[in-house]
Design a protein around this ligand. Structure first.
Ligand code: NAG
Ligand code: NAG
Length: 383
């Protein structure tokens, strides 16, 4: 009897273990359980700004969060890219704002703050360096071996270039180049500051076509065109990212990275909008002005809200709708090297810790052929 019951309990334990184990495997898609940390500006702000100011912020009010009935300080009608990516990584909740007292940061946190730049110190915000230092102060919240396994995702620079072009509309080529150099140097420096205490897996976004943002078209009166000067600045910036990350990986043991070609991911959605099921890509869903680009969420702007958020690429003047954000997260997680290279997030997470990378970032071979505005391309080749 005694033997039988102990056999039964052993089997029971085995059975429960198997069930439980399978559940974890399914939820995490067989990936190691790691954290996701994000850094940058409003695109990744999960609600941090609220904890830095007593002023009331538009992003905490309707119609932000409209699709989820939850204006949570995120710049979208609902969730943002890191929330979807977290879900694909098997994390059962959204990535919380690091500055929120008592937040569950065990599977990562957002250090990004609205209005953040790489250079300069905006009022009531944190620039990239301040975010990184904040993370380093909190690093003992996670075990030492957890940090090198976890993912560090950075998307910043939009605010730097928008204010540069506003303040220096006539900047010539060499002024532009030296500004781009100072921004990318800061980025590199801050990645090194994360690597020093143990971070080793990095995802870096390229900048989107900034000149196509509804707020930019509206401000610069470009009607239905993009402001090419700003797009060119974004391209100058983007051209530096891959080589810079290669440098880091060849000089720092165990340094792993990937670069998300956000510029072309957005451009494709603009150029073949119907394939991607967006009816509107040149104006935003929420706000006022020629391109509905200004004042979403501001009580005194009486902003308009579109009827159906999912048909818009942009929710407000410079941020994407939840539908677009979800599609970007899918690309980050699983797309081909023509979208994210040298590997996607799933591959980055499963690449052994401390191992060097097996491939590096490469200049896209057919760049001009594939991304020329006027050429007819085979849309099926892209995600
Ligand atoms: C947006 O694009 C559509 C279609 O190309 C065009 O008819 C419309 O004028 C554009 N709107 C603005 C504000 O540029
Ligand atoms: C890994 O890369 C570092 C430089 O980043 C190099 O010193 C080291 O030899 C490499 N290790 C292997 C096993 O290739």
């Amino acid at each position: 009897m005694a033997t039988n019951s102990s056999l039964a309990s052993v089997l029971g334990v085995l059975f429960v273990f198997t069930l439980f184990h399978n559940l974890i495997t399914v939820a995490g898609q067989n990936l190691p359980q790691v954290a996701l940390f994000t850094f940058g500006d409003s695109n990744f702000d999960a609600g941090n700004r609220k904890f830095m100011t007593s002023v009331s912020l538009p992003q905490n009010f309707w119609p932000y969060g409209k699709s989820r009935d939850d204006p949570s300080g995120k710049f979208s009608d609902g969730k943002i890219v890191p929330d979807f990516l977290a879900k694909f990584m098997g994390i059962s909740h959204d990535i919380p704002p690091a500055l929120k007292p008592g937040a569950d940061i065990s599977r990562g946190a957002s250090f990004a703050v609205d209005s953040a730049t790489k250079l300069g110190t905006p009022k009531d915000s944190l620039n990239l360096n301040q975010q990184v230092r904040r993370f380093n102060q909190m690093i003992s919240s996670w075990t030492e071996d957890y940090i090198p396994k976890s993912v560090f995702m950075i998307f910043v620079g939009m605010e730097d270039y928008l204010s540069f072009i506003r303040n220096n509309p006539t900047a010539d080529g060499s002024a532009q180049k030296s500004f781009v150099d100072s921004v990318t140097t800061q980025l590199k420096y801050n990645i090194e500051l994360l690597y020093s205490p143990g971070a080793s897996k990095f995802i870096v976004y390229t900048l989107p076509p900034l000149g196509c943002l509804p707020i930019v078209r509206q401000e610069f009166n470009t009607c239905n065109d993009c402001y090419e000067k700003l797009n060119n600045l974004a391209k100058l910036h983007n051209a530096k990212i891959g080589p810079m990350m290669n440098d880091l990986a060849t000089s720092k043991p165990g340094f792993q990275f990937t670069v998300f070609d956000f510029y072309n991911a957005v451009l494709r959605r603009r150029q073949r909008n119907l394939n991607y099921r967006f009816s509107f890509t040149n104006i935003s869903c929420c706000a006022i002005g020629t391109h509905n680009a200004y004042g979403c969420g501001s009580p005194n702007a009486h902003s308009k809200l579109c009827e159906y958020q999912r048909s818009y690429l942009y929710f407000d003047g410079r941020h994407h709708s939840e539908k677009a954000q979800e599609s970007f997260a899918h690309l980050l997680f699983g797309a081909d090297p023509n979208v994210i290279q040298p590997m996607n997030t799933r591959e980055l997470i499963t690449h052994s810790v401390n191992a060097n990378m097996s491939e590096f970032w490469k200049e896209p071979v057919e760049k001009n052929l594939l991304f020329d505005h006027h050429s007819v391309v085979n849309a099926r080749a892209f995600m």
